[in-house]
Ligand binder design. Structure first.
Ligand code: NAD
Length: 494
């Protein structure tokens, strides 16, 4: 798929690249330069209708295709993704702003999800029991749910669609993807690779756009399941709308992730790992550390150590050698993050390092903010509760691990919580008591591998089955139970 800056991106429906029926176009910008990379159409409900017609026609045959045959397309896709890793990483860096290393890492996780879904002939098996009563057997079968839809955010354009897509199609469903309108180029290229696998037309469809497309997907009676990742207000909306329209739904939302530093933590490891967590991907990760809580004497060393790591971080265009942190996604994001920093200061925090108003030589138009550290953030302040989604780490201090766990558990969010310590007992207490779906012990970004669910609790997740691994297989299948009796005398007739 060739991408041109002059022509709008195309939708991919029924195995064909086709123009959107929407005439409104948005610029796709490189956040490091604000150069226009392409134009994305805001598709209409009529485009969704075409995609559903295509997915419905494909479903009839695809669900009858043996799982062993279905996964052959995924094996091909894995090799194509590996072959095109550099090119895809470059696209992610250009449209999303992260460094090439970060772009490659997210694609590795995408590939890992394809690998896991290749195990569908085993993963999709049901179970049975003979003689639940004399001569009667019972069987549980997993069947595909039908047409599914995947709606994704801007921050991992190459990885997040793969928390769902490989499982959806391996289980025999057909699907429609709506990538974030801010970063539509990566999926445009991925769909080009899917096309090369020879996957039957209509099994995977792509509709570019924003709210109208999402509403079209939510309202469409033939779509049976919705997978969503994005901010919590939109997650809540999608969860309630999908439920109102009778669909199964999984919605991963926003976060405000605390990390707790105990006095016995390894100082250099903790500093390095927590700096990567707070400032990697410019803080635009749902698993970014956003609050660091020092306990006891950790206050004596951690603030200075993390401030020095923050100020040494090399910021610039993610495609340049040696750059450790790229820009944030848009000018409005930059303004929002800078305002939140100011709000934190107004609420009584002090800026240990203030990364606002930065100009990067050669990239003066870019949406850059340098790592920022706010000290003495009050637990009741807005800053302590608001998802910033930028390279800003708030510091707090408490005297005991019990107080720190109480702070974690008082949050509305529950995506991730991490503990840094040398004590197994403290680690166990934290793992046992902390109310979050992803826990890190001496880990700063506790991102589950593809064969574990990407968990999330409280306002960070709406639904019950998460993306990735066995939970994705459960989400993309419906169970059917068969109770059978075949009296012996009937078989004796033959
Ligand atoms: P977003 O909610 O603005 O957009 C996500 C998707 O929803 C996009 O495809 C967008 O087009 C669509 N959308 C936006 N507004 C909508 C509306 N009013 N109605 C219907 N659809 C709408 O999120 P974003 O800014 O792209 O991504 C950042 C957010 O995603 C952060 O809050 C981050 O924490 C979250 N996130 C969560 C996870 C997780 O696993 N929990 C992972 C990545 C990102």
């Amino acid at each position: 798929m060739v991408v041109s800056t002059n022509k709008p991106l195309l939708n991919y429906i029924n195995g064909e690249w086709c123009a959107s029926q929407g005439t409104e176009l948005l610029d796709v910008l490189n956040p490091a330069t604000t150069q226009v990379l392409s134009k994305v159409p805001l598709s209409k409900k009529a485009d969704v209708e075409l995609a559903v017609t295509s997915a419905a026609a494909a479903f009839t045959t695809w669900r009858r295709t043996p799982p062993t045959t279905r996964v052959q397309y995924l094996f091909k896709l894995k090799f194509l993704l590996e072959e095109h890793l550099d090119e895809l990483s470059g696209t992610i860096t250009d449209e999303c702003g992260k460094t090439l290393k970060e772009s490659k890492a997210e694609l590795q996780r995408a590939i890992e999800n394809v690998e896991v879904a290749c195990g569908i002939p085993t993963l999709m098996q049901g179970y049975n029991l003979e003689d639940i009563a004399r001569g009667i057997d019972e069987i549980m079968i997993r069947q595909p749910v039908g047409i599914t839809a995947i709606i994704t955010p801007f921050n991992f354009p190459g990885m997040i669609p793969f928390w769902f897509l490989p499982y959806a199609i391996a289980c025999g469903n057909t699907t429609i993807i709506k990538p974030s309108e801010k970063v539509p180029l990566t999926m445009q290229k991925v769909l080009g690779l899917i096309e090369q696998t020879g996957l039957p037309k209509g099994v995977v469809n792509l509709v570019n756009g924003a709210k109208e497309v999402v509403d079209g997907l939510l309202e469409h009676p033939q779509i049976r399941a919705i997978s969503f990742v994005g901010s919590s207000p939109v997650a809540k909306y999608i969860y309630s709308q999908a439920a109102a329209f009778g669909k199964r739904v999984q919605c991963q939302g926003g976060a405000k992730n605390p990390i707790i530093v105990l006095p016995d933590a390894d100082q250099s490891m903790t500093t390095r790992i927590t700096a990567d967590s707070a400032f990697g991907c410019a803080g635009q990760r749902c698993l970014a550390a956003s609050l660091a809580v020092t306990v006891g004497e950790a206050r004596d060393w951690y603030p200075n150590a993390i401030a020095s790591a923050a100020s040494n971080r090399v910021v610039g265009y993610g495609g340049d050698d040696g750059v450790q942190m790229g820009p944030v996604i848009t000018k409005p994001s930059q303004a929002r993050i800078e305002n939140l920093i100011q709000q934190g200061i107004d609420e009584g925090a002090t800026a240990l390092i203030d990364g606002r108003q930065v100009k990067i030589a050669g990239y003066e138009q870019g949406n850059f903010i340098r790592p920022t550290i706010l000290q003495n953030v009050h637990p009741q302040s807005n800053l302590a509760r608001t998802e910033i989604f930028g390279p800003v780490l708030g510091l707090m201090h408490l005297e005991t691990i019990e107080e720190a766990i109480e702070l974690v558990n008082s949050s509305q969010w529950g995506n991730m919580a991490c503990l840094f310590t040398n004590s197994g007992a403290a680690a166990r207490q934290f793992r046992y008591e902390a109310e979050a779906g992803n826990i890190g012990i001496n880990i700063g970004v506790a991102a589950p591998m593809a064969f574990f669910p990407f968990s999330g609790w409280k306002d960070s997740f709406f639904g019950d089955l998460h993306g990735q691994g066995k939970q994705a297989v459960e989400f993309f299948t419906q169970t059917k139970v068969v109770v059978e009796r075949w009296p012996q005398e009937w078989s004796r007739q033959f």
